[in-house]
Design a protein around this ligand. Structure first.
Ligand SMILES: O=C(O)COP(=O)(O)O
Ligand SMILES: [Mg+2]
Length: 226
């Protein structure tokens, strides 16, 4: 795990925090199914998976607002409409999980890190209720000591609050920690917490290359960290 040592002053990190959607699992096909069912119920035109891929990353509420706006820019969406749509989306998404799959290299890296006694956490903007069942479904149930969802704390990524909380619970410094994510929010949250950040190139970053956000390292597969 040489690349990880190089990012943490020659030592293995003591804590690695992972983003979920777009980093560990390809969840957009199920998210798009739920968004489109919600839109159709509301009498609107479905968005399609490519569009939804660009909208994922800021949690369910923002995803629903973007779907109602038909655009990444959603400030004109009425809050009451968004609340109604969000409740439907959350209900529908609870039944959409068959299409979500692990990315290559994920299982191998988690296994190597846990064998090396590195503590593991998930810090996602996805609503907390969906996270543990999803991890269980894809075979990652046993790996993570801490799970922070998008509604666990008052703040979401790019705010560093969740990273700081996990580091505090683990009793480690920023220099002993690492964040692995796929989007601008992840890089910004890690930077704000002074935690080194690895970004995966295959995830969702609103249609833009994540390298533009200047993480410490970009990999095409988590297997490159082994
Ligand atoms: O649910 C989202 O919008 C994104 O979730 P993530 O933080 O795991 O990428
Ligand atoms: Mg992500």
């Amino acid at each position: 795990m040489k690349p990880l040592r190089e990012l943490c002053a020659g030592e293995l990190p003591r804590l690695v925090m992972f983003d979920l959607d777009g980093t560990l699992v390809d969840s957009v096909p199920d998210l798009a199914t739920a968004v489109d069912r919600m839109l159709i119920e509301l009498g609107r035109v479905p968005a399609g998976v490519e569009q939804v891929r660009e909208w994922v990353g800021n949690g369910a509420r923002v995803l629903v607002r973007r779907a109602l706006a038909g655009d990444i820019e959603h400030s004109a969406v009425n809050d009451a409409d968004a609340d109604v749509a969000l409740a439907r989306f959350l209900d529908i998404y609870a039944d959409c999980h068959d299409l979500t799959v692990l990315y290559p290299g994920v299982h191998e890296l988690l296994e190597a890190l846990s064998t090396a006694a590195v503590e593991l956490a998930v810090v996602t903007n996805k609503p907390e209720r969906f996270v543990a069942p999803l991890l269980e479904q894809v075979g990652l149930g046993g790996y993570f000591r801490w799970i922070i969802g998008g509604d666990t704390l008052p703040q979401q990524k790019p705010d560093p609050a969740a990273l700081l909380q996990v580091m505090h619970l683990a009793g480690v410094t920023a220099a002993q920690s690492l964040f692995v994510g796929d989007s601008r929010n992840d890089v910004l949250a890690a930077r704000a917490a002074s935690v080194p950040c690895v970004a995966v190139s295959y995830g969702y970053n609103h249609g833009r290359p994540v390298a533009e956000e200047e993480p410490n390292l970009v990999v095409d597969s988590l297997a490159e960290l082994l």
